[in-house]
Design a protein around this ligand. Structure first.
Ligand SMILES: [Zn+2]
Length: 94
């Protein structure tokens, strides 16, 4: 079985869509600015103890102690597997 997506493709999908845009606009996750910090409702624990890092384009839940990239967020929110989540992100970028 060959690789389905190149590492370059996956890198682009993880970095081309700002994570806060994906969270709020594409995935429709409740989000707010609190004390100047973008926070979103963690899809795992349903708390706002979260933040995003624009430098790494990762979102983090401090309660779950987990980082999520764009592909992880889609997998969790849409309950889709890796391949389908990647395809979803590809349609956004087109
Ligand atoms: Zn959480």
């Amino acid at each position: 079985m060959g690789k389905r997506f190149s590492s370059k493709e996956l890198y682009e999908l993880r970095n081309s869509i700002p994570i806060h845009v994906l969270i709020e606009t594409q995935l429709g996750i409740p989000a707010k600015i609190s004390e100047g910090v973008f926070r979103f409702l963690c899809p795992l624990c349903n708390e706002f103890q979260t933040a995003v890092n624009p430098k790494t384009n990762l979102s983090r839940c401090f309660r779950c102690e987990k980082n999520f990239n764009t592909i992880d967020m889609v997998m969790i929110c849409h309950n889709t597997d890796f391949v389908d989540s990647v395809k979803y992100l590809q349609t956004i970028l087109k």
